[in-house]
Design a protein around this ligand. Structure first.
Ligand SMILES: [Zn+2]
Length: 236
């Protein structure tokens, strides 16, 4: 019964977490059209929550389909959630909030922080892009940076939320690349950093080892380069 937090990277920016009480949480579930998601993981049968960093297709992904199938809550910034309800997301599944705000669920909470990027959905303005701080009761705090470049508030987020794990985009082209990402993570100063948003398509074929090397030169943050679909986090 007393299971702990489990985490799986599903490729690109997508994650699945299972909370200590068994809540199934997807972040940015871009799966079906994601070239790096293994076929066996493209179909979602059960979900309790979907958390969205912003409106771009490589993040919203299969959200509407999964929400319809599972009845899960969909959590994101006000404008994006509004566009999703226009597209058929049921109002009672929608959880719309904004930056600086925290929404609390069964055994975890989600705080929305800034990301320096852009955001649209279905050709429309989808609110600001965001980062998400997931805080699990009596367990880890995980900061998913969303798509972003480096910005000075990251130091404050490190002090305020003290995340154990940072999920950082390193792909370059659409987000920061490996070197800038290493400096961004150093500002947050977590225990562990996980590079994401790379290797999906040719323009973002960055080398996660470059991120690891730079980060290890400038900090003592540990770097984990997970295999897609394999459990990379288990606090049991
Ligand atoms: Zn993206």
């Amino acid at each position: 019964m007393d299971t702990k937090l489990q985490g799986y990277w599903l490729g690109h920016s997508a994650f699945k977490f299972v909370s200590p009480k068994g809540n199934i949480i997807y972040v940015d579930p871009f799966l079906k059209d994601n070239p790096s998601t293994p076929d066996a993981l493209k179909e979602v049968e059960k979900a309790d929550f979907i958390l969205l960093t912003h409106g771009h297709e490589d993040h919203v992904g299969d959200t509407l389909e999964i929400a319809k199938k599972t009845g899960c809550k969909v959590v994101g910034i006000v404008e994006l959630i509004g566009l999703l309800t226009d597209k058929g997301l049921s109002e009672d599944q929608a959880v719309a909030f904004n930056k600086g705000g925290t929404v609390r669920f069964d055994d975890f909470s989600v705080t929305m922080v800034s990301a320096n990027h852009s955001s649209s959905f279905d050709g429309k303005y989808a609110g600001d892009p965001a980062g998400l701080v997931l805080s699990f009761e009596d367990d880890l705090c995980i900061y998913h940076m969303g798509d972003t470049n480096i910005f000075t508030d990251l130091t404050l987020y490190g002090e305020l939320y003290e995340p154990h794990v940072v999920l950082a985009p390193i792909g370059d082209h659409f987000t920061m690349g490996p070197q800038e990402a290493a400096y961004a993570v150093e500002m947050v100063n977590p225990n562990l950093a996980v590079p994401i948003h790379y290797g999906t398509w040719p323009p973002i074929d960055s080398d996660p080892n470059e991120f690891k090397e730079v980060l290890q030169e400038i900090s003592d943050v540990e770097v984990l380069i997970p295999d897609v679909g394999k459990e990379f986090l288990n606090t049991d």
